[in-house]
Ligand binder design. Structure first.
Ligand code: 5GP
Ligand code: 5GP
Ligand code: 5GP
Length: 208
């Protein structure tokens, strides 16, 4: 019989702005390696279907094994930092992402391939530089959704999805940026479908 085939059509590659994770009413905690860089960090690489649904927690027999990515550790710590509390070294976050999302693309990317692909995608689009080139700076100023979207499209060639959250004063702010990746993880594509959720008319870009 055929082996289990992939049950997804593309990936969302999701990066988070640390300032917007930290300034909510929940706050954040820095990893033991200290305050992460003032840059976007990876949240995850999420298999998704063209109808908007997505598989999760696909293979409990293939749990996260940090020894499989020991050669990627320094880049993981700098490019995929964890900010949740209590403070951790990142293994909990990375393990959660592998177990929930990575196992659903394991026929395409094994554990090393999953993490190395995400790290490589991050080097292919410098989101902070894309925004700053368009005059969009993380200094607490407010920007339109269109200006943020256009800046990422200009730099990457692809239309992103912008996710906002709310700071502790209730302001809408730039939280995560989604780009779509083909089902083999080899490069960016136009999104077959976008997530949902709204941003305010004016979006804050807080400092970190
Ligand atoms: P939230 O409720 O914060 O939007 O999402 C919680 C978690 O659900 C995310 O961190 C992610 O693991 C997963 N998730 C949310 N939206 C999507 C989506 O559109 N596609 C996939 N694959 N996962 C999602
Ligand atoms: P998701 O299920 O949404 O992909 O992953 C979110 C989970 O990872 C949550 O349980 C959250 O507490 C944990 N987590 C650990 N570090 C971080 C972080 O830096 N950012 C986000 N968004 N979630 C984190
Ligand atoms: P349009 O694509 O016509 O500019 O936007 C259609 C609707 O989707 C508008 O309400 C707009 O605010 C929303 N929208 C478009 N792109 C994004 C995005 O990247 N993030 C969010 N949160 N909403 C968006």
């Amino acid at each position: 019989v055929l082996s289990a085939s992939q049950d997804f059509d593309f990936f969302y590659f999701v990066q988070q702005w640390p300032g917007s994770f930290c300034d909510t009413k929940h706050g954040c905690c820095y990893p033991g390696t200290g305050k992460p860089a003032s840059d976007f960090g990876i949240h995850g690489l999420w298999p998704n279907r063209n109808d908007g649904s997505y598989p999760s927690n696909c293979d409990s027999s293939n749990p996260f094994d940090a020894s499989k990515i020991s050669d990627l550790m320094s880049q993981m710590k700098s490019d995929w930092p964890t900010l949740s509390c209590p403070s951790s070294e990142g293994l909990t976050f990375w393990g959660h992402e592998w177990d929930k999302h990575g196992t659903c693309s394991e026929t395409v990317l094994d554990q090393h391939g999953y993490f190395s692909t995400a790290l490589s995608l991050k080097t292919q689009i410098n989101l902070l530089q894309a925004l700053e080139s368009a005059g969009i700076h993380p200094n607490g100023s407010e920007y339109s959704l269109r200006s943020i979207r256009d800046a990422v499209k200009e730099a990457s060639g692809y239309t992103p999805w912008i996710e906002c959250n709310t700071d502790s004063s209730g302001n809408s702010q730039l939280y995560q940026i989604y780009l779509c990746v083909d089902s083999s993880g080899s490069g960016f594509v136009e999104c077959p479908v976008f997530p949902t959720g709204s941003c305010g008319s004016s979006i804050e870009f807080p400092s970190f």
